[in-house]
Design a binder for this molecule. Structure first.
Ligand SMILES: Cc1cc2nc3c(=O)[nH]c(=O)nc-3n(C[C@H](O)[C@H](O)[C@H](O)COP(=O)(O)O)c2cc1C
Length: 166
């Protein structure tokens, strides 16, 4: 619960590089997430190239932090493995949350930036990264060593819960 409650979206990063080993650990966490029919249709593009990151930040709205991140991880779903977009979004979402929590437990900060289903984000990202049509880009995750501190979340709201007993 400590890791769950203290994870926040981090949009400011120091210049300290993010080691590949830590990114692999995050990807391991992502790929341990559940998927419908256990299809594991996710794909990941890891970007450690400041020039390309700046282009992503410029081309996609609300992703300005990508330019200064230690890395960006683009999460995609393969339609040849899972043809339904709805499942791709749910499955990739579960993987992304695992990845964010593992990053936070390592002391890293991340910001989950939506790509799909917004066409104005999908199209420029396809161009920049040469993404094939059978791959659905779901999100771009900026990762870095945090340069901001945020309060823990306490969002439990009993009004949002109904109980059915017997
Ligand atoms: C599907 C999804 C899309 C998001 N897209 C963006 C985005 O494009 N840019 C951004 O800065 N934050 C984005 N966020 C982060 C949310 O703004 C953030 O999770 C929310 O404000 C709650 O803050 P917290 O993560 O610190 O708890 C996104 C989060 C989710 C789950």
């Amino acid at each position: 619960m400590e890791i769950l409650n203290t994870r926040r979206s981090i949009r400011k990063y120091t210049d300290r590089p993010v080691e590949d080993e830590l990114l692999v650990q995050m990807l391991e966490a992502a790929m341990n997430a559940p998927t419908a029919r256990n299809l594991q249709e996710w794909k990941f593009i890891v970007i450690k190239n400041k020039e390309l990151q700046a282009k992503i930040a410029e081309a996609l709205p609300n992703t300005h932090m990508s330019a200064h991140a230690g890395a960006c991880i683009v999460v995609l779903g393969d339609k040849t493995i899972q043809p339904k977009d709805e499942y791709i979004y749910v499955d990739c979402g579960a993987a992304i949350e695992n990845l964010l929590l593992e990053a936070h437990s390592l002391g890293l900060g991340c910001c989950w930036c939506a790509v799909g289903p917004n066409e104005d984000r999908i199209a420029p990202l396809r161009d920049l990264l040469n993404i094939d049509g059978h791959l659905v880009p779901v999100a771009n995750i900026a990762v870095g060593w945090p340069n901001e501190e945020k309060e823990a979340n306490h969002r439990y709201d009993e009004q949002k819960v109904s109980w059915i007993k017997e």
